[in-house]
Design a protein around this ligand. Structure first.
Ligand code: ADP
Ligand code: MG
Length: 252
């Protein structure tokens, strides 16, 4: 099962969700691979890797055709491997334009290890360019994190439009696993209103779990840990653990 975590807006909680889910699902006994497909490499550093010391990255996989097994590293956690990245990947978006079958490169290069994992999570960059298209083309489903803020709905139709195009042309099997309301502050009317607007918009496709705004979540990456490791009993830690359970139930 390959799941892309995708929204072309930055700062909506994609990377936080990718890291937290990867670690939570691995703790639940799933064999997990997390792929960092954002040149900013926040998933890579958030899991404790030094971006300047990577032997190989997702850039080498996509552009230099390095075999996937030479790019994947052990996260130091049971059941969790990482395909890391760094800023080199920024060049890939342009270099992919002239590549042969440019939309399916990730799909082809992942194939040799796909059976080694129960769940492969892809942390997408904040754009709808070729990196994201590659992620959507190899994915069975996607999770769309949306921030419970003004303009939450802005850009969503463009995203859903891209997903339908990918579904039509490149990957008929892709489905939305769920939209995830993030940074939810239940004390404000705005957040409550936006959340109900989102539930309306996604018509039963929103996860029941919402992720609260929680300062512990923003502290975790500087410790190279997911929130479920750094402060598992914080409100954020509990929420992400319950999201992992909700997802496992959905997939069962
Ligand atoms: P994206 O990958 O979509 O750009 P991130 O996951 O990197 O978004 O989140 C953007 C910023 O917000 C980061 O600094 C992160 O630590 C912080 N953050 C994410 N989720 C929460 C939350 N629920 N509560 C508080 N801060 C959060
Ligand atoms: Mg990110």
């Amino acid at each position: 099962m390959v799941i892309a975590i995708c929204n072309q807006k930055g700062g909506v909680g994609k990377t936080t969700t990718a890291i937290s889910l990867a670690v939570s699902l691995a703790k639940e006994g799933q064999r997990v691979l997390i792929i960092d497909l954002d040149p900013q490499g926040n998933a890579t550093s958030g899991l404790g890797f030094d971006k300047s010391e990577l032997r190989a990255t997702s850039y080498d996989l996509l552009i230099n055709e390095l075999p996937i097994r030479d790019c994947i590293v052990d996260s130091g956690r049971e059941n969790l491997d990482v395909l890391p990245t760094n800023i080199n990947l920024a060049g890939a978006e342009l270099e992919l334009v002239s590549a042969v079958s440019r939309e399916t490169i990730l799909k082809r290069s992942l194939a040799p290890v796909q059976k080694d994992y129960d769940i492969i999570l892809i942390d997408c960059p904040p754009s709808l360019g070729l990196l994201t298209i590659n992620a959507l083309t190899v994915s069975d489903s996607l999770i769309i994190p949306v921030q419970a803020e003004y303009y939450a709905l802005e850009g969503l139709s463009q995203l859903l439009d891209t997903v339908s195009k990918v579904k039509k042309i490149l990957n008929p099997d892709i489905e939305i696993l769920g939209a995830l309301i993030t940074m939810y502050d239940r004390r404000t009317n705005l957040a409550t209103e936006v959340a109900s607007e989102l539930r309306n918009f996604f018509q039963g496709k929103c996860f029941e779990t919402t992720i609260p705004r929680n300062v512990r979540i923003s502290e975790a990456p500087s410790h190279g840990q997911a929130i479920v490791e750094y402060e598992p009993y914080s409100r954020g830690g509990v929420a992400y653990k319950s999201l992992a359970k909700e997802i496992l139930n959905k997939l069962a």
